[in-house]
Design a protein around this ligand. Structure first.
Ligand code: SF4
Ligand code: SF4
Length: 90
């Protein structure tokens, strides 16, 4: 199991989740944002590395737009984000 970041993160990207993740598995962090990334933030989101997430749940209550779910409780219309989060790390 892993946690997954979903569509509501797009354009928000406030990185509140990054601050609390004990294993630093949420990227890109602000330090990793390229100039291109910053210039198109309205289309961007963050991603959880499914290989590193320990399912602690610490990020969930930090998200101001409730974008983070355990993969087994994802809303039906957010199932596509499992692959999207995973692909970011491939
Ligand atoms: S559930 Fe825990 S380990 Fe997984 S992304 Fe959130 S804070 Fe990080
Ligand atoms: S806290 Fe929520 S909105 Fe902010 S970067 Fe993380 S997933 Fe995106």
């Amino acid at each position: 199991m892993t946690h997954v970041i979903t569509d509501p993160c797009i354009a928000v990207c406030d990185t509140a989740c990054v601050e609390v993740c004990p294993v630093d598995c949420i990227h890109p962090t602000k330090e990793e944002w390229s100039d291109d990334y910053k210039a198109s933030l309205e289309k961007k989101q963050l991603y959880i590395n499914p290989e590193e997430c320990i399912d602690c749940g610490a990020c969930v209550p930090e998200c101001p737009v409730e974008a983070i779910y355990p993969d087994d409780t994802l809303p039906d219309d957010q199932e596509h984000q499992i692959a999207i989060n995973e692909e970011y790390y491939n």
